[in-house]
Design a protein around this ligand. Structure first.
Ligand code: GLU
Length: 447
């Protein structure tokens, strides 16, 4: 296979699907060498098949807002690849959602899920519904209308959605309630990220952030460093940023910045556990402004409008918000200010230019597929508990999460160790995920 030829074909076919093309190019460029050592992959046209989703559902979602006005949104579910298990992946509610965004996320999810060591295929879905400024009742009516269309295409053994940007425990509750009413199935396994009293796994809310910090610890240990005492700048204040900050504080690091669409909050003395918990209030308010932290904790934080966390001096940068949130200029600014590690917690949080800048300057860099896989992995653990009709303790789940993140790190080393002994985590994660899915596809024939 030749990456440029395949990309030229995809670019002609999907000229407007920027994010999807970006995600596919990154994977193909890093797997090309390994792929070409396997003529059986080429013969089975694995690469041509793996870049296309198995199927895409698109549907209209109509609901009534608090003023009695009728609103119409688009809903999607992209079932990307089921070679290693039922479709699995989150739902994103955000005004910028397009098929391209969900295709990139579904594609990435396929490899990420393969890395978790659990049997889960890849999927993603969501809507261009904008939760900002919506009341709780509006969120509920939207979720119900969304599920009215989706329910027939998902199930505990076929496709198991979960949260993502704009979809947390509250939304999963409304979606699950409606699913039960429509499907008349009362087993608890159709969605993950559920509440603790109705089938959720303990630690699932924390898992993406906790897993990301466990992975970061491995990256640092591999380079002979430790996290204690490090200054960390992170972006966002949603569920993922919350969990990452919580674990970072527990491990003795200092969170010196968090950010939102409105700007950055610098916290010179470090985020306190109280401020950390306030992130949950900020997320639930649907206000979407990080300035709320500065308003609530005056004197402890400095809010600067229009700036990103990447302008703040730190040792480690953790993008936790959205794709392409850290670009080449941001990477250069971080490096100038002394940053020596960036672990991508958001999906495709760094642009190709940023990754190139980090890697060419010898900065430790690890990609989202590996770093944030603890979230979906714990969803997988939730599915296992649901199927067995039992609930594990926090210690049991945490031990399994540790084990999974450590295995992902091992897989990155296996496939990403360069001749000089340094680690290309992007290549390692992509090749490891690809090999597993490709082998499964090969063994299952031409379907
Ligand atoms: N949305 C998360 C991700 O990007 C979690 C998906 C899940 O738990 O299914 O991996």
């Amino acid at each position: 296979m030749n990456t440029n030829n395949i990309m030229a074909r995809l670019e002609a076919k999907y000229p407007l699907e920027k994010e999807y093309l970006q995600a596919v190019r990154e994977v193909l460029e890093t797997i090309e060498e390994t792929y070409n050592q396997h003529p059986e992959f080429e013969k089975a046209k694995i690469v041509e098949r793996i870049v296309e989703p198995d199927r895409i559902f698109t549907f209209r979602v109509t609901w009534v807002d608090d003023k009695g006005e009728i609103q119409t949104n688009l809903g999607y579910r992209i079932q990307f690849n089921s070679a290693i298990g039922p479709y699995k992946g989150g739902l994103r509610f955000h005004k910028a959602v397009t098929p391209s965004m969900l295709k990139f996320l579904g594609f990435e999810q396929t490899f990420k899920n393969a890395l978790t060591t659990l049997p889960m295929g890849g999927a993603k879905g969501g809507s261009d519904f904008d939760p900002v400024g919506k009341s709780d009742a509006e969120i509920m009516r939207f979720c119900q209308a969304f599920m009215l269309e989706l329910w027939n295409n998902i199930g505990p053994d076929t496709d198991v959605p979960a949260g993502d940007v704009g979809v947390g425990g509250r939304e999963i509750g409304y979606l699950d309630g409606m699913y039960k009413k429509l499907a008349r199935e009362y087993n608890t396994g159709v969605l993950t990220g559920k509440g603790m009293t109705w089938g959720g796994s303990i630690l699932r809310p924390e898992a993406t952030g906790y897993g990301a910090l466990y992975f970061t610890q491995h990256v640092l240990a591999q380079a002979g460093k430790e996290i204690k005492g490090c200054k960390i700048a992170l972006s966002g204040f949603g569920n993922v940023a919350w969990g990452a900050a919580k674990k970072a504080i527990q491990l003795g690091a200092k969170i010196v910045a968090i950010s939102g669409p409105d700007g950055v909050c610098e916290i010179p003395e470090g985020l306190t556990p109280e401020m950390n918990d306030y992130m949950l209030v900020m997320r639930a308010s649907n206000h979407d402004k990080v300035e709320d932290l500065a308003t609530r904790f005056p004197g402890k934080t400095v809010f600067t409008p229009g700036k990103k966390s990447w302008s703040v001096k730190c040792d480690i940068a953790l993008p936790c918000a959205f794709q392409n949130e850290l670009n080449g200029d941001d990477a250069a600014e971080l490096i100038k200010n002394g940053t020596w590690c960036c672990c991508e917690v958001s999906n495709m949080g760094c642009t190709p230019e940023a990754i190139h800048t980090f890697q060419s300057k010898g900065i430790l860099f690890a990609p989202g597929k590996a770093v944030n896989a603890g979230g979906v992995a714990t969803s997988g653990l939730e599915m296992t508990q649901n199927a067995a009709h039992l609930a594990w303790t926090a210690d049991e789940v945490d031990a399994k999460l540790h084990q999974i993140m450590s295995s992902i790190h091992e897989q990155c080393l296996q496939y990403g160790t360069r001749e000089d002994g340094s680690i290309d985590y992007v290549k390692g994660a992509n090749v490891a995920g690809f090999m597993k899915v490709a082998t499964a596809m090969l063994e299952q024939g031409i379907i």
